[in-house]
Design a protein around this ligand. Structure first.
Ligand code: 16G
Ligand code: MG
Length: 554
């Protein structure tokens, strides 16, 4: 790093003094906090993203300014790697270090050390970094965007490009497309969604002359970016009747009493929905539209909604994909295509049983999208979902090539109208529709809708694929949550010693009992999850496990 570069960093970092007494951590999904305290963090992540681009041969890196489902006064920042996935975990400690560096001098020396270690060069030999910046609808987004631009610009020769207001998955999609040399504008994103959706619609089997009656879908946009984007998308879709509420244009506040996080946690109606909507199919997006849940109101007298969470969406997707693979048979050079599903310990036990009973390979990953994504990528087709609605379907490159050549073979052999050809074409269309970079509520909605039409199914019928076991979650405040160490799947606690035996003897008291504890990655608490055959039993199991946590760690 030469003198000019050092001077550039020192000068710009003086514009962004670090607020006192905040200790920041990149966490499960980037930095988050009160927007007023985040400028220095965003500026520094701007620097990091430029270095990441340089490290990877000037590939385009994405920076998303959002705090997802947090309250509107919060904001946050996360990095999209050139693949469109999350920032490589190997760089997270560096993110933490620079975000917390207490002076410009300390910041510069950390950067210098890191660049040496990673052998990152700035200068004539390099093309320079390129960083694409996206932000959600939060009012603080604009000033944080400036901070990010200055951060990127302080690494000489780098360019920051403002892509505007986007959902998180849109930015990931665009970054991935750009680095693959594909068309990568927002319009291309919309066009890709609508073409592949229409392609799947055209492939719906028609029984006799019946034209499917399509009932309206009500969408809760969380008063955020997702509602606005799905409105834009609606224009290019036919065969989908959408009514979008909570777009943020009607005075509602982002994530306040609305959105996927609210509906999933509270199991109650979001604002803007009421008894007039009984029985209607409803979907809820979160604040940056990377989470999706469905719900309906069972009866006028009910205060609670009937929730179809990430597990149910996963099950619907798995059923559909499996049906297409069955049509293809044991074809892939004699080997069966490897379809796998990835869940976390939070997946409802009834969903896991259902998936296993379909004959699927079910594996578990640690909480957090990046962990699920990694495991799903090991299959030909890997479907992953967290119960909270984060998830997608990954197709391996080699499997997509196989599908495409199979499609061509069948056409060449004059079997373009065969069931096999249709199944292959559906899988190809799904791989285009569903975001390959990260979970995406917009592509998720389109896939759910087309599958329901394909199956001629209502939301009520979908809901009874299996019945959720009653469950309960509790958070416990303890002096040091890091004292809890779990197995990699988070289903059992290895530390404190003896606690798992104690938890097991509680579990054994309840029919269908299951429980686990884990330290939260986003809050200073230990989380307890329990499920059992009745709500009373689940509550009681959760309470006894919470007591154990207090007595072992309190
Ligand atoms: C983050 C994760 C989410 C996970 C949650 C768990 C991403 C994009 N988001 O929001 O997947 O479910 O953290 O929070 O990875 P917890 O560790 O506090 O329970
Ligand atoms: Mg989100």
């Amino acid at each position: 790093m030469d003198e000019i570069q050092i001077a550039s960093l020192l000068k710009s970092s003086e514009l962004f003094p670090i607020p006192q007494s905040v200790k920041l951590s990149y966490g499960t999904a980037g930095f988050r906090g009160d927007a007023k305290l985040l400028e220095s963090t965003v500026y520094r992540v701007g620097i990091l993203s430029a270095l990441r681009s340089l490290k990877l041969g000037s590939a385009t890196v994405g920076l998303m300014i959002t705090a997802s489902h947090n309250k509107v006064s919060d904001n946050g920042i996360k990095v999209s790697d050139p693949s469109g996935g999350m920032l490589s975990q190997e760089w997270e400690p560096f993110a933490d270090q620079i975000a917390n560096a207490s002076s410009p001098q300390e910041l510069v020396s950390l950067i210098r050390e890191f660049m040496e270690k990673e052998e990152i060069m700035i200068g004539e030999k390099n093309k320079g970094a390129e960083v694409w910046l996206g932000r959600d609808t939060r009012p603080s987004g604009e000033s944080l965007l400036r901070a990010a631009e200055i951060g990127v610009g302080s690494i000489l020769g780098s360019v920051a490009i403002d892509i505007g207001i986007l959902t998180t998955p849109q930015l990931h999609w665009m970054v991935r497309a750009k680095n693959k040399g594909l068309k990568a504008t927002e319009n291309d994103y919309f066009e890709n969604l609508s073409t592949s959706f229409m392609c799947l619609i055209d492939l719906i089997p028609v029984s006799g002359n019946d034209k499917l009656e399509i009932s309206k879908l009500l969408v809760d946009g969380a008063n955020g970016v997702g509602g606005q984007k799905i409105e834009e998308l609606r224009g290019s879709l036919s065969n989908l009747d959408l009514e979008i509420r909570n777009t943020g244009r009607d005075g509602g506040v982002l994530n306040e009493g609305v959105g996927a996080d609210f509906v999933q946690k509270e199991k109650v109606l979001p604002l803007g929905f009421g008894s007039k909507d009984v029985g209607m199919r409803c979907a809820s997006l979160d604040g940056d539209a990377d989470r999706l849940v469905y719900f309906y109101i069972p009866s006028e007298s009910s205060e609670k909604v009937e929730l179809l969470d990430g597990d149910k969406i996963l099950s619907l997707f798995a059923l559909f994909i499996k049906e297409q693979l069955n049509i293809l048979g044991d074809d892939k050079e004699g080997k069966q295509s490897r379809l796998g599903v990835v869940q976390t310990a939070y997946a409802n036990g009834a969903s896991t049983d259902y998936l296993k009973q379909l004959g699927l390979d079910v594996v578990f990953a640690k909480t957090g999208v990046k962990h699920l994504h990694e495991k799903a990528a090991e299959f030909d087709i890997g479907i992953y979902f967290e119960a909270n609605g984060h998830g997608t379907i990954l197709f391996s490159e080699s499997f997509i090539s196989w599908l495409v050549s199979k499609q061509k073979d069948l056409t060449d052999k004059g079997q373009g109208g065969s069931e096999e050809h249709k199944a292959v074409s559906r899988l190809v269309a799904v791989s285009n529709l569903i975001n390959q970079a990260v979970g995406d509520a917009l592509s998720g909605v389109l896939l759910v809708e087309v599958i329901l039409q394909h199956m001629g199914s209502s939301i009520q019928k979908w809901n009874v694929l299996y019945k959720d076991l009653p469950s309960r979650q509790i958070k416990v405040e303890v002096p040091d949550r890091t004292a809890v160490v779990t197995t990699s799947e988070e289903t059992e606690a290895l530390r404190p010693l003896g606690i798992q035996d104690a938890i097991n003897s509680e579990i054994n008291k309840y029919p269908r009992g299951r429980a686990f504890i884990r330290p939260s990655g986003t809050e200073d608490v230990v989380r307890v999850y329990a499920e059992a055959s009745t709500q009373e039993a689940a509550d009681s199991l959760a309470n006894s496990v919470a007591q154990l946590v207090k007595s072992f760690l309190g």
